[in-house]
Ligand binder design. Structure first.
Ligand code: GUN
Length: 283
């Protein structure tokens, strides 16, 4: 069997960032993204830094607001109201997770849906379920863009999503369903996950468990998308046992360099759309 095609998210994201840079320049608009980070989570700080670097590269103005973990929910809500009302701000991103004393749902619902470039507001998630135009969450939409780039059409395929989070598992299941796949969602309470994954044409793993997806769980020719970001012995790895699974899969995303960069370029694309005032249906 020939080795799996590597779905190179890094390369595609670079290409799309360059295209977006040119489009933004041509538009004469300067989009503006504000990120909000609460507390001292190291991973969150790193992700937000990467988002600001991407903004600079494509010509999006960006501002990072940082608050101590002691901020009250009311003060954070007031901040978001102010950002909603500022016509010079097109996109608002509240980095998750938030400290425990803050109700994440209250905060995400406070962001104006037309500035919700993360696609986490219930209005946007509802529009996704209806397959109507709206902002789509960045990681799931980035995965769909990556599949399309490599000519992988989910229509009529059996897709298995591992993980049921609101930011990845549920929205990627909805996007795959909207693209005419037959979708199964497996999760921590699913018994005998192998029975599902063995039948899959496409697997999206967003379980957050290193080496959970092993070669004996998949059938030859499967497309394997690894959303996992895990740290093992100081090394970054996904949910998939890449070395073994890549011998059987027809296509696979690496970690790093697969889904992660697609998340960031999709955020940039969503922000430009917010600035143009179109919450486009992409897929
Ligand atoms: N935390 C981890 N990933 C994400 C993301 O894509 N968006 C936000 N807002 N927070 C995150």
């Amino acid at each position: 069997m020939s080795p799996a095609t590597i779905l190179n998210g890094k390369m595609l994201s670079e290409k799309r960032l360059d295209l977006l840079h040119d489009e933004i320049e041509k538009s004469g608009i300067t989009p503006c993204l504000v990120t909000v980070i609460v507390g001292e989570d190291r991973a969150s700080q790193m992700y937000v830094r990467m988002k600001h670097t991407a903004c600079e590269r494509v010509g999006i103005e960006s501002e990072g607001l940082e608050y101590s973990a002691a901020i009250t929910e009311a003060d954070l809500l007031n901040t978001i109201q102010r950002l909603n009302q500022d016509p010079d701000i097109h996109g608002i991103l509240v980095q998750l997770p938030l400290p425990e004393h803050i109700n994440t749902g209250h905060i995400l619902r406070a962001v104006a849906p037309e500035k919700d470039v993360d696609g986490f507001h219930p209005v946007n998630l509802g529009l996704l379920l209806e397959n109507e135009p709206g902002f789509r969450p960045c990681t799931p939409l980035g995965i769909m863009t990556l599949l399309a780039e490599y000519g992988i059409d989910p229509a009529k395929k059996r897709a298995v999503v591992i993980g049921r989070s609101t930011d990845v598992g549920k929205p990627i299941a909805a996007l795959l369903l909207n693209a005419d796949a037959t979708v199964t969602i497996c999760h921590s309470k699913t018994e005998n996950i192998n029975a599902y994954t063995k039948e899959a044409d496409i697997i999206v793993s967003a379980a957050g468990r290193p080496h959970m997806v092993r070669a004996d769980m998949i059938s030859p020719g499967c497309v394997v998308i690894d959303v996992g970001i895990n740290h093992v012995d100081g090394k970054l790895c996904g949910d998939v046992d890449f070395d073994e699974v890549s011998k059987i899969a027809s296509a696979i995303t690496p970690v790093p360099g697969g889904v992660g960069p697609m998340t960031i370029v999709t955020l940039m694309e969503n922000t430009f759309k917010a600035a143009l005032n179109i919450s486009c249906k992409h897929v």
